[in-house]
Design a protein around this ligand. Sequence first.
Ligand SMILES: [Zn+2]
Length: 93
Amino acid sequence: MPLSKLLLLYTLVILVGGLLLLLVDKLWMSNHNWHLSRSKLLTCSKCGNIFQLPRQSVDRRCPQCGGKTQPFQMPYSGLHETLKDRARNLKES
Ligand SMILES: [Zn+2]
């Protein structure tokens, strides 16, 4: 087999392999890269139940106790404040 045919075959294999990787990556991203809607994730203020509101549902009451709900918020850990203080101290010194 001449060298030019080997180089052509090598180039084709690399191009087709790259296209296949790109296709697999696109399929993986479309299947796995999704997020919960923050406006639909609710917390019951009465019993603390966290639930996701079903699509096209307008009833925002808690499915367990029927209590009033509010948008879900991540629990406060204080870690951000600690990091802010450290950054502030680094700037000042
Ligand atoms: Zn509840």
